[in-house]
Design a protein around this ligand. Sequence first.
Ligand code: PGA
Length: 251
Amino acid sequence: MRQQIVAGNWKMNNTLSEGSALVSSILEKITHPKGLVVIAPPLTNLLSVGVQLNGHEGFHLAAQNCHHETRGAYTGEVSASMIAEAGATFVILGHSERRQYFHETSEMLAAKVNQAISHSLRPVFCCGEPLEIREADKHALYVETQLREGLFHLDEASFRKVVIAYEPIWAIGTGRTASSGQAQEMHKTIRNLIADQYGAAVAEDTTILYGGSCNAQNAAELFGQPDVDGGLIGGASLKADDFATIVNSLS
Ligand code: PGA
């Protein structure tokens, strides 16, 4: 069965005390989420947020990244096993900010996906095109390449653990959201690619999130599209009221 998910990607925001206050407020406002609620705090907050979420049905913890090797001399990095043992059940991989600022390649991302799966973490695999690719009408092929290179090496059982987040780069943090029609069109394209690769039943069960300036005002319309199964939320996940409205917009 396809799961509906709203995931909050805090990025590099919130100290321990700020994060703790935000989670308390979120838990007060969201008591019975319709889908899964995933919180992705910075690594310094992973353990403490996990403790706060403990016992709250439907709430899950995510990291924003993991390294592509199992262990070793990689100063400043964190492995999938460390994240899993700290209590995370999801990990965001391939966010456009990681691809752009930290030069993550498809080859690295495929290895990160493998690390996540082998440590029982569900990857939230991000894909999405920059503005010039959208304007050249090459976005479908661009995203297809990202999926083929980063994900489609998985066998069916492993692929079933994956959540996909379609995040057009021109919409991230810009206030310029994809229209619900643009989101639906790309989500349908992605689902068709999954069907070709893994079969219709797997495609039907795969959760595909929209990300990019999704907020309290536009979430309901986006989530109302047949192939949009929730959202990956950046800026609006930092405000408890807005985040609660977005979670309550799941249809
Ligand atoms: P935004 O970020 O909601 O602030 O646009 C989304 C994301 O980067 O996941």
